[in-house]
Ligand binder design. Structure first.
Ligand SMILES: NC(=O)c1ccc[n+]([C@@H]2O[C@H](COP(=O)([O-])OP(=O)(O)OC[C@H]3O[C@@H](n4cnc5c(N)ncnc54)[C@H](OP(=O)(O)O)[C@@H]3O)[C@@H](O)[C@H]2O)c1
Length: 318
C-alpha cells in the first residue's frame, strides 16, 4: 500500500514536470514566433503611418534617434514638426530632410529641461495641424560621470532637468496632441524609453527610473485609449550610435540611428512594447535571464573599473 502511494506520487511528480516543461516550451516558442513576426515579417508588411494623419511631431529631432525617426517618417510620406533646443541645428536638419524626402517641415525651438511653461508656446505652434504621429524621443544624456545618487554633480539641477526632459516632456506633449487624435479616432504615440527601464541601474539611477516612468505611462495610456483608435508604443533600445553614446562604432550589438529608427518604425502595428530591433530584442531577452543581483555586481564592477582608470590617467597626467 505504502509502495503504491509512493508510485502515485512519482507519477504525479512526472506529470507536473511534463506540464511545466510543455508550458515553458510553448510560451518560449510563442514568444519566438511573435518576435519573428514583429522583426522579420514587418520588413515586408509595414503599417502605413500616413493613415494616422498628415503630420508627425518629433521631440529631440535634430540628432540621433529623433532625427532618424523624423527622416524615416518623412520618407514614408508624412510632414514633420521638429522640436529641439538649437535653432541653427533645426534649420540645418529641416533643409536636409526636405531635400531628401520633399515633405513639409516646421521647426519649433524649445528647451525641455525647463518646466511646464514652455508648453504654452509649443501648443500654440501646433494649432491647426492634423497630427497623426507623436514621437516623444527627447531625453537627457546620462552624466559622463556615473555616480551614486547623492554624489551626482549639481544634484538639485540635474534632478529638475532630467525629470523635466525625460518625463514631463512625454506627458505634456501627449496632453497637447492626444485630444485631437481622440477626436479623429486615430493616432500613434511612440515613446522612447530604454532597456535601462527594465531594471534599476545603480550609478545611473535617475535616468533609468525616468525610463521606467515612460514605459509604465505608455502601457497604461495604450490600455486607456486603444478602444478609441489610439496606439501607444513604448520603444526600449539598448546601444544606438549617437552623441549620447559618444558615437560608438556600430556592430551586431550597436545599431546606427537610421537603421534603428527604420526597424523600430516597422514594428508599429505588431507590438506595443519593443526593444526596437531584432538585435536589441535578443540582447534584452538574454539580459532578462540574468538575475538582478549578478547584473548589479557586474555593473558596479565595471563602473569602479572605469573610475580607477580615470583616476590613474589623471595621476599619470599630473
Ligand atoms: N543612444 C542610445 O544608445 C539610447 C539607448 C536607449 C535609449 N535612448 C533614448 O533615446 C532618446 C534619444 O537619444 P539619442 O541617443 O538620440 O540622443 P542624442 O543623439 O544626444 O540627441 C538628442 C536630441 O535631443 C535634443 N535635445 C537634447 N536636450 C534637449 C533639450 N533640453 N531640449 C530640447 N531638445 C533637446 C538634441 O538637440 P539639441 O542638441 O539641439 O538640443 C538632439 O536633437 C533619448 O530619450 C534616450 O534616452 C538612447
Amino acid at each position: 500500500m505504502a509502495g503504491e502511494e509512493f508510485c502515485l506520487g512519482t507519477e504525479g511528480f512526472t506529470l507536473f514536470g511534463v506540464l511545466a516543461a510543455s508550458y515553458i516550451v510553448i510560451t518560449q516558442a510563442w514568444r519566438a514566433i511573435r518576435g519573428l513576426r514583429c522583426h522579420l515579417l514587418s520588413r515586408w508588411w509595414r503599417t502605413d503611418v500616413t493613415q494616422y494623419g498628415q503630420w508627425a511631431v518629433v521631440t529631440g529631432a535634430t540628432d540621433g534617434i529623433g532625427k532618424a525617426y523624423a527622416l524615416e517618417l518623412a520618407k514614408r510620406g508624412m510632414d514633420v514638426v521638429l522640436i529641439s533646443r538649437t535653432m541653427e541645428k533645426l534649420e540645418r536638419v529641416a533643409a536636409e530632410i526636405e531635400k531628401e524626402s520633399g515633405c513639409k517641415i516646421k521647426c519649433i525651438q524649445a528647451d525641455f529641461t525647463n518646466g511646464s511653461h514652455i508648453y504654452r508656446k509649443v501648443q500654440e505652434e501646433l494649432k491647426g495641424l492634423d497630427i497623426g504621429v507623436l514621437v516623444n524621443n527627447v531625453g537627457m544624456k546620462i552624466s559622463e560621470i556615473s555616480s551614486k545618487f547623492l554624489d551626482a554633480p549639481n544634484l538639485e539641477k540635474m534632478l529638475d532637468s532630467t525629470i523635466n526632459c525625460n518625463i514631463l516632456s512625454a506627458v505634456q506633449m501627449t496632453r497637447i496632441v492626444l485630444p485631437q487624435m481622440v477626436q479623429r479616432k486615430k493616432g500613434l504615440v511612440i515613446n522612447i524609453s530604454s532597456e535601462t527601464g527594465n531594471r534599476p541601474y545603480p550609478m545611473a539611477l535617475i535616468y533609468s527610473a525616468s525610463k521606467v516612468f515612460v514605459d509604465f505611462f505608455s502601457r497604461g495610456l495604450h490600455t486607456e485609449y486603444k478602444s478609441q483608435g489610439i496606439t501607444v508604443q513604448c520603444v526600449m533600445p539598448l546601444f544606438v550610435s549617437t552623441d549620447m553614446t559618444n558615437k560608438m562604432k556600430t556592430n551586431i550589438f550597436v545599431k546606427s540611428a537610421d537603421a534603428f529608427a527604420r526597424e523600430a518604425l516597422n514594428t508599429v502595428g505588431y507590438t506595443e512594447r519593443t526593444s526596437g530591433c531584432l538585435s536589441h530584442s535578443l540582447q534584452s531577452y538574454a539580459l532578462n535571464l540574468v538575475s538582478d543581483d549578478l547584473f548589479h555586481f557586474v555593473l558596479l564592477g565595471k563602473t569602479l573599473e572605469k573610475h580607477f582608470k580615470n583616476l590613474s590617467s589623471r595621476y599619470k597626467n599630473n
